[in-house]
Write a protein that binds this ligand. Structure first.
Ligand code: UD2
Ligand code: MN
Length: 577
């Protein structure tokens, strides 16, 4: 009897011994904070399992994040006092953003959670790959750069964040020199700093960062970002399942004057990266065909390209792709190079709605391109585009680029034989394959371009002056100016379907005069007809001709008079200088 009771006690003790730790684990799970995850050994979710949408909160959601008070918390705008206006103006002209405002906001401020509500309910694998976050910078504002660092430290799971690698692209601001080394000591080695010994530009600097990084995955961020809640696991999960997938967070806006953190899209619509034929980056609503492939609205979707700055990729895969083409200089086009390379050579790009990162879009570019640009003839960004399209486009598509950017034909792009060798070695697919299978929405928005009949300056026969946009944004009146021969705002194109334009903009006419306008989406034609013998420009709809007012220099449509020199125009081809 006594013995029986004793064994019952032992049994109860054994059951409790087993049950209590389980109970403990279950209750503490809801207290898990992002920075304090169970180690991989305890992970319930296996290696390459697909993330699951769960009823409760997802396994990596932070609960009860402490609420702080102070300027800019929750991503609210911060307004400086009237007497600080000078500091604000000064820093805006130095950095293209109000660093004086940023200086008053905590480096650890909270941001608005801009994710779809569903995003909180994903269970991600707990043993995702280790990550190096690479931040390249050139003369960035101190508090802006460091808030980027702090936000990554604060909002990334410790077990996944191997390091933050800061790569200084030869900044010359004093505080970014010795002081920065001292500051990052507080992160006990988690934040590493390396410096270029000469200016390399952001593209080469990123490639260097990738080589120096030690994480399995690398994530690039601009030096003026703030990552949002639980931003990292959703970026890593698709890469863990397929190391040839590159992932891109959705980029929210941080106001360059007030540092307000704003969601980029108000509702749950999704956009993806495309381009027009002059290689301007564009975003387009994700086609239904792509949306339908997914089960949940917060799941990643495929995208032809990306804006450039913010993305995650398996480090070895990036290096196997040759990192960025080392012939691309300073800024621009590297986003396309990497995108075409990935897609055409067997990888894929996914945008991840549940990963949000804020980025400060500056009012202007505060740095110049340094010595790297001086060595080059012609605009450096167009040279970059030319390298990219000459490597990755098929001939038919190259023509669209040269039709939109006629001067690019004459630019020296340097040697691309290494790029072509790589393309061959990796047995990459054609651009036509990419257009048919990946970027199938590009031609809907930007149809194939008819060839140009003329491009160059459009000179008046009456005065030695040229049509000029004055750099104004459309809609705006066109003007007449001294001909400078550099193209730019005076580079006018007329295509075989009567479209007169400057760059991606169109020249139209109404009762106010001759105007620069947005070309209607998807249109490649226009109302103009140039008469090669009389040199008049007829507007076929209004049945009048482009005319210059002899006294006011105003441009408008007038009843055609072929003998009036103020209605006669000559295209003069120009070559880049
Ligand atoms: C966009 C991208 C940017 C890059 C660029 C095209 C986003 C949000 N931003 O322009 O990442 O892809 O397009 O190349 O998608 N920097 C250097 N050395 C330089 C110049 C810049 O290290 O010579 C740094 C700079 O401090 C910043 C980063 O590179 O951290 C990107 O430069 P940006 O912010 O001027 O480029 P952005 O956002 O206008
Ligand atoms: Mn930027």
């Amino acid at each position: 009897m006594i013995l029986a009771r004793k064994t019952r006690y032992i049994r109860i003790a054994v059951v409790l011994f087993i049950l209590l730790p389980i109970l403990y684990l279950l209750t503490t799970k809801s207290r898990t904070v992002l920075n304090d995850l169970p180690s991989a050994a305890h992970a319930r979710i296996s290696h390459r399992e697909t993330p699951k949408l769960v009823d409760g909160l997802g396994n990596l959601e932070v609960q009860n994040e402490s609420v702080r008070a102070g300027p800019g918390e929750e991503g609210q705008p911060h307004h400086l006092r009237q007497e600080q206006q000078n500091d604000a103006d000064q820093s805006e002209s130095e950095y293209g953003m109000n660093v004086a405002c940023s200086d008053e906001i905590s480096l650890d401020r909270s941001v608005l959670d801009t994710r779809l509500p569903e995003c909180k309910h994903w269970d991600y694998p707990l043993n995702l790959p280790t990550t190096s976050v690479i931040i390249v910078f050139h003369n960035e504002g101190w508090s802006v750069l460091l808030r980027t660092v702090h936000s990554v430290i604060n909002r990334s799971p410790k077990s996944m964040l191997k390091e933050i690698l800061l790569v200084d692209d030869f900044s010359d601001k004093e505080n970014l020199k010795g002081e920065l080394e001292t500051y990052i000591e507080r992160f006990n080695g988690k934040v590493r700093l390396i410096r270029n010994v000469q200016r390399e530009g952001l593209i080469r600097t990123r490639s260097r960062g990738a080589k120096e990084a030690t994480g399995e995955v690398i994530v690039f961020l601009d030096a003026h970002c703030e990552v949002n809640k639980n931003w990292l696991p959703p970026l890593l999960a698709p890469i863990y399942r397929d190391s040839k997938t590159m992932t891109v967070p959705v980029i929210d806006g941080i106001d360059h004057k007030t540092f307000e953190y704003r969601p980029v899209y108000g509702d749950d619509r999704h956009f993806r990266g495309i381009f027009e034929w002059g290689m301007l980056y564009k975003e387009n609503e994700v086609p239904q065909r792509e949306l339908n492939r997914r089960k949940h609205n917060s799941e990643p979707y495929k995208s032809p390209t990306h804006a450039g700055g913010l993305f995650a990729i398996n480090r070895q895969y990036f290096l196997d792709l040759g990192a960025y083409d080392a012939g691309l200089l300073v800024w621009g086009g590297e986003n396309f190079e990497l995108s075409f390379k990935i897609w055409q050579c067997g990888g894929s790009i996914e945008w991840v709605p549940c990963s949000r990162v804020g980025h400060v879009y500056r009012s202007f570019m505060p740095y110049n391109f340094g010595k790297l640009a001086q060595k080059k003839k012609g605009p450096l960004i167009t040279i970059n585009y030319k390298r990219v399209i000459e490597t990755w486009f098929d001939d038919k598509y190259k023509e669209y680029f040269y039709t939109r950017e006629p001067l690019a034909r004459f630019l020296d792009m340097g040697d691309i034989s290494d790029q072509l060798k790589l393309k061959n070695k990796l047995q990459c697919k054609s651009f036509q394959w990419y257009m048919d299978n990946v970027a199938y929405d590009v031609l809907d928005k930007y149809p194939e371009l008819p060839p140009n009949l003329h491009f160059g300056e459009l000179r008046s026969a009456a005065v030695v002056k040229c049509l000029d946009t004055l750099g104004h944004a459309p809609p705006s009146l066109m003007a007449i100016q001294h001909c400078h021969g550099f193209g730019n705002n005076q580079l006018i194109r007329l295509n075989a379907k009567g479209q007169l334009g400057v760059g991606e903009r169109c020249i139209e006419a109404d009762s106010q005069g001759i105007k620069l306008a947005f070309c209607r989406m998807g249109t490649i034609d226009g109302p103009w007809q140039y008469d090669e013998s009389t040199h008049t420009l007829l507007h076929r709809v209004h049945k009048k001709c482009m005319a210059l007012h002899p006294q006011t220099s105003h441009l408008s449509l007038m009843p055609c008079d072929i003998n009036n020199t103020y209605q006669q125009w000559h295209f003069k081809e120009i070559h880049p200088r």
